[in-house]
Design a protein around this ligand. Structure first.
Ligand SMILES: NC(=O)c1ccc[n+]([C@@H]2O[C@H](COP(=O)([O-])OP(=O)(O)OC[C@H]3O[C@@H](n4cnc5c(N)ncnc54)[C@H](O)[C@@H]3O)[C@@H](O)[C@H]2O)c1
Ligand SMILES: [Zn+2]
Length: 387
């Protein structure tokens, strides 16, 4: 028999065998415009007969989770258990994953069970981490309740924890089975967090979607209230941004293929701003400053026209996003470029805009001199003074 033949060719001292298995990934993202109770029904349909544990944070529980869970529980004719974990970057740690595991144990979740994350990016990162490891992998559903969650943290496949002061140092790739998007949840979101989400949309518009950029220029989207009033347009904005991001991510979901990643735009100088400010600057605010700096560099290098540079600056101002930060100094810019190279397989791969809707990858060999950076920072610092 075949097994015996394998035995016979095996040398007495060494043996080797390669294992390969390609795992297909597929998940659904649905945007609905209905009420919160409709999301509850969608959730109930998705959970079905399975055991489930809802994970949320205190603020979100009061304003979003309770109506969703009561609609879902009513449809399922059983009460879905809810675990409330503390929110905030400082709680994006192993302790919170353990709390989810404790609750999973109490709720007797088996391998067919499903975790449901209802919250902002922090909550969703935690639930994704928990889903990747509890019982070697549970299914999970995400219901993002912040704009960052709707257009970014909720729709990819990554989960993360902060570790020893390093943001998202521990993480996983773990696709959800379903993501339910509904901007009705944003009604109670503080405007500052709302604007931070707009920065991620601006990012996608600049590198991939000129029409989305034009919408951002035209629409009065200054607060969640304006966003809600312009519902048709704002749904289009959210969906176009999500679609652009997924187009970018889909061919390299696990980020293991070499090459440029356009979605890295705005994410080279932003981490140092966040950490230097001890996270008092929100991620989206730091992304906006990074966008402004990368845009300025592209203009100085002659890759981007000055008119287009001015349009980008104008849209950031229009959305009340910052263009500069006292935390972004020349040494920190240089530190960021080094860190980016280390992260990007020793390649610079700095994404800058070449036109509205078109990203350009600055590769190794492009000189980003101290003088160039100093010049760009000085121009942007003036904006801080003017405003
Ligand atoms: N995994 C990924 O791909 C990915 C992508 C982007 C960001 N992230 C992570 O996401 C996090 C940032 O996400 P975020 O901006 O959503 O922050 P967050 O989760 O901290 O939420 C921001 C604040 O809004 C509150 N909140 C959430 N929903 C609300 C609502 N509907 N009404 C009122 N208040 C509400 C929260 O309690 C919190 O105080 C970071 O930790 C970042 O690393 C992950
Ligand atoms: Zn981001």
């Amino acid at each position: 028999v075949a097994g015996d033949q394998n035995q016979s060719v095996m040398s007495p001292r060494t043996a080797a065998r390669r294992v390969e298995c390609a795992r297909a990934v597929g998940y659904d993202i649905r945007l609905t415009t209905g009420s919160v109770s409709l999301i509850g029904q969608q959730l109930a349909d998705a959970v079905g007969e399975r055991r489930a544990l809802i994970v949320t944070t205190p603020t979100v529980n009061a304003v979003v989770t309770q109506p969703i869970v009561s609609a879902a529980s009513q449809q399922l004719r059983r009460q879905l258990p809810v675990l409330i974990v503390a929110g905030g970057e400082e709680r994006k740690t192993h302790d919170s994953v353990e709390a989810i595991a404790d609750a999973a144990l109490l709720s007797d979740l088996d391998r067919t069970a499903v975790l449901v994350g209802i919250g902002g990016g922090v909550c969703l990162d935690l639930v994704t981490m928990a889903a990747s490891s509890i019982r070697r992998g549970l299914s999970h559903i995400r219901v993002p309740t912040t704009l960052v969650g709707l257009v970014d943290a909720g729709v990819g496949i990554k989960g993360a924890l902060n570790f020893r002061g390093r943001k998202s140092y521990i993480g996983c790739y773990c696709p959800p089975e379903l993501v339910l998007l509904n901007q009705a949840f944003l009604a109670t979101l503080p405007d500052r967090h709302f604007r931070a989400g707009l920065a991620e949309i601006v990012k996608m518009a600049i590198i991939a979607d000129a029409e989305l950029f034009a919408l951002l220029e035209r629409e009065p989207l200054f607060t969640t209230e304006h966003f809600a009033l312009r519902r048709g347009q704002s749904d289009t904005i959210v969906w176009r941004s999500v679609a652009c991001l997924l187009d970018e991510l889909e061919s390299n979901l696990f980020e293991d293929l070499p090459g440029e990643r356009l979605a890295d735009f705005g994410h080279t100088f932003s981490p140092v701003i966040e950490s230097a400010s001890a996270f008092s600057v929100l991620h989206g605010e730091a992304v906006a400053v990074d966008i402004a700096l990368s845009t300025e560099l592209a203009a100085i290098l002659g890759i981007l026209s000055c008119d287009t540079r001015d349009r980008i600056r104008a849209v950031l101002r229009h959305l009340s996003l910052p263009l500069s930060s006292p935390f972004l100094t020349l040494p920190r810019c240089l530190e960021s470029l080094d860190a980016a190279r280390r992260h990007r397989r020793c390649k610079l791969n700095l994404i800058v805009p070449a036109a509205i809707g078109t990203g350009f990858c600055l590769v190794e060999g492009t000189e980003i001199s101290d003088a160039l950076l100093r010049g760009a920072l000085a121009v942007l610092a003036q904006d801080l003074v003017v405003r």
